[in-house]
Design a protein around this ligand. Structure first.
Ligand code: VGL
Ligand code: ZN
Length: 207
């Protein structure tokens, strides 16, 4: 059973990442009803929301001639170009209907800087700009972070890796995640997470 020193981060369970959305994660809808019962076991729950301006650097539409899902090199490293998604205050950016976490204490919006992507809830893709989340969790006495949500191989993975790097014991609740799986990105993300000390579990094991 999670204690007061555990927290759950629910990553990007937003309309644009569900089937029919702008950047649909296959079977992403399946996790929506699983999040509420999982979150109910945690006193501290953080929701994240991908929250981009229309001019965001990760949107293929902002790179004329470049198709979505191609990778380009930016000053801070490789960047996958995505279909425009989770544009601030649009219906696609809204948290999914049926996401039932009334006791969430923080909704962290990320990716608002037009020039830098932010898969992780802890820092932007330049790997330097801190969101302040680690300090917030530490101030609340959190020592272990569980992560679930969308997508396993991007925002969940980067969030989990950064949680581990920030000194939290980090656990990914794998059955309450779904992946985009672009060119082997899921297997790569699993390996990178494991190398960072992240461990994996399933919701039924968090009694
Ligand atoms: C995500 C790609 C672009 C995610 C966000 O939530 O995993 N992936 N923006
Ligand atoms: Zn995004």
């Amino acid at each position: 059973m999670p204690t007061a020193r555990d927290c759950l981060i629910v990553v990007d369970v937003q309309n644009d990442f569900l089937p029919g959305g702008a950047l649909a994660v296959p079977r992403g809808d399946e996790i929506v009803p699983l999040v509420g019962p999982l979150a109910a076991r945690f006193e501290t729950v953080v929701l994240t929301q991908d929250w981009h301006p229309a001019s965001h650097v990760s949107f293929a539409t902002n790179h004329p001639g470049r198709p979505p899902f191609e990778t380009i090199d930016l000053a801070y490293g490789p960047q996958v170009l995505w279909p425009a998604h989770c544009v601030q205050a649009t219906p696609g950016a809204a948290l999914a209907d049926g996401l039932d976490v009334p006791h969430a204490v923080v909704i962290l919006r990320k990716g608002a800087n037009a020039e830098v992507d932010s898969y992780s809830a802890f820092r932007e893709a330049d790997r330097t700009t801190d969101t302040g989340l680690a300090a917030l969790l530490k101030a609340r006495g959190i020592e272990r972070v569980f992560v679930c949500g969308l997508a396993t191989d991007f925002c969940v993975a980067w969030t989990a890796e950064d949680a581990a790097a920030a000194g939290f014991a980090t656990v990914v609740v794998e059955d309450v995640c779904r992946a985009i799986d672009l060119d082997g990105s899921l297997a790569a993300a699993r390996a990178t997470m494991a190398a960072a000390g992240v461990v994996f579990t399933t919701a039924d094991r968090i009694a």
